[in-house]
Unconditional design. Sequence first.
Length: 195
Amino acid sequence: MLRLAPRLLRRSLARTFADVPATPTQDSSFVQAWQKINPNLDPPKTPLAFMTPRPPTPSSIPSKLTVNFVLPYQSELASKEVDMVIIPATTGHMGVLPGHVATIAELRPGILSVHEGSSVTKYFVSSGFAFIHANSFADIVAVEAVPVDRFDPTLVQKGLAEFQQKLAIASTDLEKAEAQIGVDVHSALNSALAG
């Protein structure tokens, strides 16, 4: 009985998602009800109205990976075709090439590198998520990211020493947690700049 439940659930979900339209639409009954109440105003848009559908998964592996790299306040890369990205995932560094299996990875403080031919652009990211899609698209969302060439190695080492000292004298759990975060971020940045 327990083995049948997942199969039934998959069939049910497959039928449910098969009914979802490929292009965003609004429910016509909602639009009609809206126009009765407020004929002079356009109906409000739903999130689907702002989303463009992803292209289907190609039958062969494309030669490039399309990357979207965004921060809360700006877009670093928008539909940029690259050869590879290396992501600092919590499980370790993860190289993503075209045709990568669909994956969701949590980012840890570290270096995100974008490879285009012989050119490599490196960013230090604080945290976030990477969504790798089966159609050779990668969406990377970081809380904060800065190009590595903007950092001064001496200031990073100074900051690491300060946070290590704060950690050594911390008396409350909050002080210890804040100091440990500072040590982790500065250690990751220091090792990134050294390598």
